[in-house]
Structure formats: structure tokens, C-alpha cells
Design a binder for this molecule. Structure first.
Ligand code: APR
Length: 234
């Protein structure tokens, strides 16, 4: 009999690090190369849409060569073999899907989707986006943006996430520094609802003291080991 019924897994950039994607706040991270106010705010997009499109076009191109790593695969195995698992990811990459995960919420949006701000259509988009790209639905140029939640914008599916945290008896936080809310508040929310809380990270996060249990190391090592324990591997 599985020990847990409803498992919520929160993932961050550290989960995709070993697939070759830079994290944000590690020493050589993305925010050491770009000012987030220029490339990850609506104000920055208004000020210089070309810079923002270049930033996401480069990440979309880089994504083509990426493969999920053993940590993504272990989480897909947990979902398939345990049931009752929901991944809430802060990541905008599509590596959870590539590993086979299906129960997945992208609370910060998706790199491979774009949104037309004129007609509100969302669509899968793997190519470059330009300032004058016309929307395939409404035909108007000049309204297309990455379907990514920028700083100051409301993350997606927060109502559903709160309901999941209320019902969770296990919260596992993987590869996130615990710097950005509301995701950084999930551990306290789950704990308040009686969940067992676990941190799996390279090093203690900002919220480390809030977790019941923690294992530190590279995600491709500690995540498969943790999933094996949950599934009762011998
Ligand atoms: N294995 C496990 N953890 C790792 C690894 C690894 N190989 N490499 C790095 N980490 C850990 C780091 O120690 C750090 O705690 O992953 C965490 C990455 O933290 P951040 O770079 O802050 O990324 P994240 O927490 O996902 O950022 C949250 O901030 O910029 C916004 O919207 C963006 O979704 C992002 C949000």
C-alpha cells in the first residue's frame, strides 16, 4: 500500500541543469548575463520588444538540441507507477513532457508557446518570433509575445495549485532556490495542510529550514534514488 496518496512535485531550473540549460541564480546563471527587467517584464517588452524576442528566440533554438535527464525520467516513472502525482513546474522548457510526464502544470508558462495579445489565442511555436509576426488566428501583426509569465504577472493555474496543495500528503521541491513567490510559499502551504515536505536540491535553498526532509546532490542522482524509495525499489 503506497504510503502517500496525493504527491505534488514542484520543480525549478536545477532539474534541467544537467540537460544543459542554465539556471537563473547560480554563479553563471541567466540573471548574471541579462537584467530580468529588460527581458522578463511586460515593461521591458514594451520598451524593447526586439531584445525580448532575441532572448526567447535564442532559448527556443537552444531547446531543440535538449534531452530530458534521469531526474525528468524518474518523475515520469513516479507518475506512471504511483498515480496521484502532479508536477507543478516553474520551468518553461518542455523536458518533463519529453520524459513522458502528463500530469503537469507550467505555472510560469511555456517557452514553446506564444500568445496573441490581440485575440488571446495561445499556440505552439517552435520558431523565431519577430516584432511584426502576424497572428495565424486574427491575422494582425505586432501582438505576439512568448506565453511566459513575467515578473509582476500572475502565474497560471494558481487556484488549481492551491487545491492540489490542500490535498497533498507529500510535497517534493526539486531544483529551485526558493527565491520567487508564489512558488517559494508552496512548502509552507503544504505543511500547513499536514503534508510531509521534502527538498531535493544541489544545496540548501532559501526555504530549506521549512522542509521535514532534505537530500542534497545532483538531481540526476538524488531524484531517481528518492523515486526508487517511494516506489519501494529493492
Ligand atoms: N541538481 C539539483 N539542483 C541544482 C542543480 C543540479 N544539477 N544545479 C543547480 N541546482 C539548484 C541550485 O542550487 C538552485 O538552488 O537549482 C536551483 C536553481 O535556482 P534558480 O536558478 O533560482 O531557479 P528557480 O528556483 O527555478 O527560479 C525560479 O525565477 O527567474 C525566475 O521565472 C524564473 O522560474 C524561474 C524562477
Amino acid at each position: 500500500m503506497a504510503r502517500f496518496r496525493n504527491i505534488v512535485v514542484l520543480t525549478g531550473a536545477g532539474l534541467s541543469a544537467e540537460s544543459g540549460l542554465s539556471t537563473f541564480r547560480d554563479p553563471d546563471g541567466i540573471w548574471s548575463k541579462y537584467d530580468y527587467q529588460d527581458v522578463a517584464t511586460a515593461e521591458g517588452f514594451r520598451r524593447n520588444p526586439l531584445l525580448v524576442h532575441d532572448f526567447y528566440n535564442a532559448r527556443r533554438r537552444a531547446h531543440r538540441g535538449l534531452r530530458p535527464n534521469a531526474a525528468h525520467v524518474a518523475l515520469a516513472r513516479l507518475e506512471a507507477e504511483h498515480g496521484g502525482v502532479m508536477i507543478v513546474t516553474q520551468n518553461i522548457d518542455a523536458l518533463h513532457e519529453a520524459a513522458g510526464s502528463r500530469s503537469l502544470i507550467h505555472m510560469h508558462g511555456e517557452l514553446l508557446k506564444v500568445l496573441c495579445t490581440f485575440c488571446s489565442h495561445r499556440m505552439v511555436w517552435r520558431d523565431d518570433l519577430r516584432v511584426d509576426t502576424a497572428c495565424p488566428f486574427c491575422g494582425l501583426p505586432g501582438g505576439m509575445r512568448p506565453d511566459v509569465v513575467w515578473f509582476g504577472e500572475m502565474p497560471y493555474e494558481m487556484g488549481r495549485i492551491s487545491a492540489l496543495l490542500a490535498a497533498a500528503d507529500l510535497l517534493v521541491s526539486i531544483g529551485t532556490s526558493g527565491n520567487v513567490y508564489p512558488a517559494a510559499g508552496f512548502v509552507a502551504e503544504a505543511a500547513a495542510n499536514g503534508a510531509h515536505t521534502v527538498e531535493l536540491n544541489l544545496e540548501p535553498s532559501e526555504g530549506a529550514s521549512l522542509f521535514n526532509e532534505a537530500h542534497y546532490g545532483r538531481a540526476t542522482e538524488i531524484v531517481p534514488a528518492f523515486v526508487g524509495r517511494i516506489l519501494g525499489d529493492r
